[in-house]
Design a protein around this ligand. Structure first.
Ligand code: UGA
Length: 441
């Protein structure tokens, strides 16, 4: 089968490499020439574990190529997948301009009986918009033959994208035609995952529902953590107790500074905006979004009381990406935490195992106010030297496994803030740190 992935972000590149590993002829297509030039050399423009080796393997086998040429890529393709970004517009709705542009560019070259599948996260009703645009372009070009549409939402996580794509919990195929279900089922057979065949609208809603549920779950446990903080309960003990209820489970329950990344914040906002657009605006999703957006300031205000104010403090912020195993800084807690600290009179030394190169693009002078108050360190030792407060923001293994006795400065009181409840309180206290975590005293 010839498969084309339009868009070479996380979803596009990882999916392309995985389909190529099944023995198909796969083309990754992008209008960004620099990205394509780099991918042609098997250089991934972002950090994602195991991706580069998979790319190299599939490119040298000849199954996987990259191009910027729509005609070359789409001609003869059996399945064309759109995996471009859908940023939120100002009002929170999904901005479909890149999806529609990709569909229009592919339209003239779609062969008879090919499948055009949308992998990007889009609201119900999008396939009708795609169809209108594709049909208009095809009739302009006098293109013959018919094509099929499908919705093929993606559930991979950054940081474990290759593993998630090779071992998905399920594959969701949204279509209205048996030929599409059969072709896409056959394509995904090697994954040995349950295949859910539904309408395109159900597939699109399933993607929003999954992300909104997980975001709500995180928001819920963060709210419980805030109550625990006030009443001597420990949220980790609460999770242990509720997690044994099979209806609840003990996974994906760790509290923190709120959810970040390129997906949850955007998708919750989009679902809220979509709800408003169909007259169902008074619902949970707006509230979840508001609570998450306010969270960092609330938590930092609380910690300010704990550590006796931020003014004049030297703070080591460990973990700058939005989560471990990625250099993605989109909606990372550090982007709010560091400006907050600087605006409240602290000086900050930031450490991250992978994101240091991209940090300056995000933490600009405009955002920081006084950039001289932020230094970046390539080692935890350097970042923590003489710190008044160590704020372990993201649970990178390098940060969690570090021996903090090495950086304990016995000449002063030092606070250790465990923003992800990853550390053993007693061990840190024994080293002489004053410890505080989320949802525990
Ligand atoms: C998320 C979903 O997990 C994927 O299934 C989905 O495909 C993807 O969005 C997407 O829509 O593309 P991702 O954003 O990579 O994946 O990251 P997660 O590991 O789910 O974490 C999201 C955020 O929630 C992070 O800020 C993380 O720190 C936070 N989180 C996660 C918590 O605060 N507590 C938890 O228990 C789990």
């Amino acid at each position: 089968m010839k498969i084309v992935l339009i868009g070479t972000g996380f979803v596009g590149v990882v999916s392309a490499a995985v389909y190529a590993s099944f023995g198909h002829e796969v083309v990754g297509l992008d209008i960004d020439e620099r990205k394509v030039a780099s991918l042609k050399k098997s250089t991934v423009p972002f950090f994602e574990p195991n991706l580069e080796s998979l790319l190299k393997e599939q490119q040298s086998s000849g199954n996987l190529t990259f191009t910027t040429d729509y005609e070359d890529a789409i001609t003869g393709a059996d399945v064309v997948m759109i995996a471009v970004g859908t940023p939120s517009a100002e009002d929170g709705t999904a901005d479909l301009r890149y999806v529609l542009a990709a569909a229009r560019s592919a339209a003239p070259f779609l062969k008879d009986s090919s499948i055009l599948a949308v992998k990007s996260t889009v609201p119900p009703g999008t396939l009708q918009e795609v169809k209108a645009e594709v049909d208009a372009v095809r009739s302009e070009h006098g293109a013959s033959g018919s094509y099929f549409l499908a919705s093929l939402p993606e559930f991979l996580r950054e940081g474990s994208a290759v593993h998630d794509t090779l071992h998905p919990d399920r594959v969701v195929i949204g279509a209205d035609d048996q030929f599409v279900f059969k072709t896409l089922t056959d394509l995904h057979k090697p994954l040995q995952a349950p295949i859910v065949k539904v309408s395109p609208e159900s597939a699109q809603m399933a993607k929003y529902a999954a992300n909104a549920y997980l975001a709500t779950r995180i928001t819920f446990i963060n709210q419980i953590a805030d109550l625990c903080k006030k009443n001597r309960a420990d949220v980790d003990e609460v999770v242990q107790a509720i997690g044994l209820d099979a209806r609840i489970g003990d996974h994906y329950w760790y509290p923190g500074f709120g959810y970040g990344g390129s997906c949850f914040p955007k998708d919750v906002k989009e679902l809220a905006a979509y709800s408003r657009s169909i007259g169902e605006g008074d619902n949970l999703f707006n509230k979840v979004n508001d609570l998450n957006e306010e969270r960092i300031e609330r938590v930092m205000d609380q910690f300010s009381k704990t550590v006796g104010g931020w003014a004049g403090k030297k703070v080591a912020v460990l973990g700058l990406s939005f989560k471990p195993n990625t250099d993605d800084m989109r909606e990372a807690p550090s982007l709010k935490v560091i400006p907050y600290l600087i605006q409240n009179g602290a000086s900050v030394t930031g450490y991250d195992p992978k994101a240091l190169d991209v940090v300056p693009q995000f933490l600009t002078e405009e955002i920081l106010g006084d950039p001289s108050k932020l230094a970046l360190s390539t080692t935890i030792e350097e970042a923590c030297a003489q710190a008044d407060v160590i704020l372990a923001l993201i649970e990178w293994s390098q940060i969690v496994s570090f021996e903090y006795g090495k950086v304990r400065d016995t000449s002063k009181d030092q606070w250790f803030i465990d923003a992800r409840n990853q550390f053993d309180k007693a061990t840190l206290q024994k080293l002489g740190y004053s410890y505080t975590g989320i949802g525990k005293s």
